[in-house]
Design a protein around this ligand. Structure first.
Ligand code: SAM
Length: 223
């Protein structure tokens, strides 16, 4: 029976890959990637020449059959996401679940590495002995309730992911619930050229993340 490796990859800076991750990526028979273009850059950088196949939320189920066949033949398959640790706010857990259910004898091995939420927390200056991670706020349905409920969450800080085109709306919703004087932390473009860890009141944060600063990837920490 084969092995599925769940491999964490950089969240921006290509040097943030572990020696073990590189070793595994060079050994496997197939690499499943959420975004093959992003992963190709990483593989080219380290001269990894292995077959690459797309595995994202749209085609996840269609790929399961092939992965199952390969593992039955004893092959080794690696799963990577477009950034960070597979299974955190991406479809990775669906493949792991499928293998657990359909091929209980197959080994599933994690290769740990970066994750945007832990990276952001590490420089937030907020005690994160306990925290609540909620991923992306819902886009439409349940959005209002989601933000209202933030206030009653006792295990803080609360950590959110957000994309550039929804950042402004999300900051406005947080401000509505916590008030414009409430201080939060926004980590932008971690490990990349425009990395920024911003701490300020909701009012300051909203006015800071305008124009160019609105671009990139974001982790929001509500203490
Ligand atoms: N699996 C990934 C992980 O372990 O962090 C997260 C995948 S999720 C689809 C992508 C989201 O993570 C982005 O929209 C952003 O909120 C956050 N993220 C990823 N890379 C980041 C970075 N370099 N700086 C800030 N946030 C980032």
């Amino acid at each position: 029976m084969g092995i599925l490796y769940v491999v964490a990859t950089p969240i921006g800076n290509l040097k943030d890959i572990t020696l073990r991750a590189l070793e595994i990526l060079k050994q496997v028979d197939l690499i499943l990637a959420e975004d093959t273009r992003v992963t190709k850059k990483l593989l080219n950088q380290y001269d990894v020449k292995k077959p690459l196949k797309r595995y994202d939320e749209h085609i996840a189920e269609r790929v399961h059959g092939e992965v199952g066949d390969r593992l039955r033949k004893g092959e080794r398959v690696a799963l990577v996401s477009d950034a960070g640790t597979p299974g955190i706010s991406d479809p990775g857990s669906r493949l792991v679940r499928f293998i657990q259910e359909e091929l209980p004898d197959a080994k599933i091995i994690p290769i740990p590495g970066p994750s945007a939420l832990v990276t952001a927390l590490s420089v937030s200056g907020v005690n994160a002995d306990r925290f609540t991670f909620l991923g992306y706020p819902p886009h439409k349905k349940g959005r209002q309730t989601f933000f209202k409920k933030l206030e009653i969450i006792e295990v803080r800080p609360i950590v959110l992911y957000e994309s550039p085109h929804r950042l402004e709306k999300t900051l406005a919703s947080i401000s509505e619930v916590f008030g414009e004087g409430y201080e939060i932390i926004v980590a932008r473009e971690l490990t990349k050229l425009h990395e920024e860890i911003f701490r300020g009141s909701m009012l300051e944060t909203q006015s800071h993340f305008q124009g160019e600063k609105k671009k990139g990837e974001f982790v929001i920490i509500i203490p």
